[in-house]
Write a protein that binds this ligand. Sequence first.
Ligand SMILES: Cc1cc2nc3c(=O)[nH]c(=O)nc-3n(C[C@H](O)[C@H](O)[C@H](O)COP(=O)(O)OP(=O)(O)OC[C@H]3O[C@@H](n4cnc5c(N)ncnc54)[C@H](O)[C@@H]3O)c2cc1C
Length: 393
Amino acid sequence: MTTRRHIAIAGAGIGGLTAALALAARGMSVTVCERAPQLSEVGAGLQLAANATGILRRLGLLDTIAARAVVPESLEVHSVASSGAPLVTMPIGDGFARRYGAPYLVVHRADLQRALLDAVNANPAIKLHLDTPVTDVETLAEGVRLVLSLTETLTADGLVGADGVRSAVRSKVLAGAPALYSGNTAYRATIPAAETPPEIRNKIGLWMSEKAHLVHYPLRGGEEINLVAVVRDPWVGEGWSHPAERAEVIARLAEWPEPAASLISAPSQWVKWALCGTSPDFTWTRDRVTLLGDACHPTLPFLAQGAAMSIEDAWVLAGELAKPVSVPAAFKAYEQARKARVVRILGEGARNGKVYHLGGIAAHARDLGLKLLGPDRLASRYDWLWSWQPAAA
Ligand SMILES: Cc1cc2nc3c(=O)[nH]c(=O)nc-3n(C[C@H](O)[C@H](O)[C@H](O)COP(=O)(O)OP(=O)(O)OC[C@H]3O[C@@H](n4cnc5c(N)ncnc54)[C@H](O)[C@@H]3O)c2cc1C
């Protein structure tokens, strides 16, 4: 490569910021355009398994992120239909890092975004423009022109649409279907760990029930507990933080066994967001424009891999763009390298969603199956997911 490539990115979410750092690490210059006037402390917990944390280590950020995260000791699976006793407890802890080469972390989205943002701001090869939505894109003979406002444009060698579930780049340039409401709403809250039963504090807990499930895990060095309750719901709204009343949540998760019942009734305030998805099975790339993260594969959080997939995408994309090939060829190769894996992850997540919400005899059969499966074989089922490594450093 004789001249330094200049890549524009729409969106400074987890995927966009990681892509900026990965591209800069490969010697490219990057401009990130973010619609929001500031990157505020929105969101709550994210789970990051070894397939994501291994990349954060390559970017030199793992220690910073791990300092505000928690390595949970185990994943404990419960079923309301089977009175709530643990069906299977899969150890995580340090053994996970030994087995998969990098740790399993649970982290506040704001802490992850802050670590990525600080690294972006410290990198002279990256320019970040806030309050700068990408509203349209024109393809030029040798590049792309981003339309940022009535008077402002920006040219680059290529554009990466990392602009999230309602991606403007996807709808303007690529024929991706709009994300549709999945019929599930996620209610979120964080509570001080000191207000929760000690036995749950260092674990990921999954509670399955017909038409609803609850996930809890520690955040911020163990000071907080993150709660996410996913329920079947006709409500549809945009955004991540619609206020929800405590009574609304309690009514939807009534008569659950302890300690789930105490956790559900602990927060005085919840927020909710409508979970949307779309099939990733469309062409993500046109000439010098491609998509990344939720923009091309918005996912339901039933395998806890949304952020991880965007981190994987970012690293693979940078590797392809660093090769001595044209930008369109690199974007095509990136799409080809990623699609089968994200389709598999989305399929596995959708399957989990169905299994979590089984009722009646099917729920009892599932519970028995999980007991018989045991922790080792439960972990082995995800070897393909967690042991993923990018092809070359
Ligand atoms: C505010 C927020 C809170 C979240 N909270 C959680 C959570 O608590 N738990 C969880 O599991 N997942 C959460 N997520 C989702 C999770 O972060 C993503 O699924 C995952 O990290 C994939 O990230 P992404 O970079 O592809 O998309 P996102 O993280 O959604 O980032 C997309 C970015 O693009 C920006 N953008 C949108 N349109 C444009 C445009 N036209 N031009 C320029 N910029 C644009 C958005 O403002 C946003 O910053 C949240 C996402 C957001 C945006």
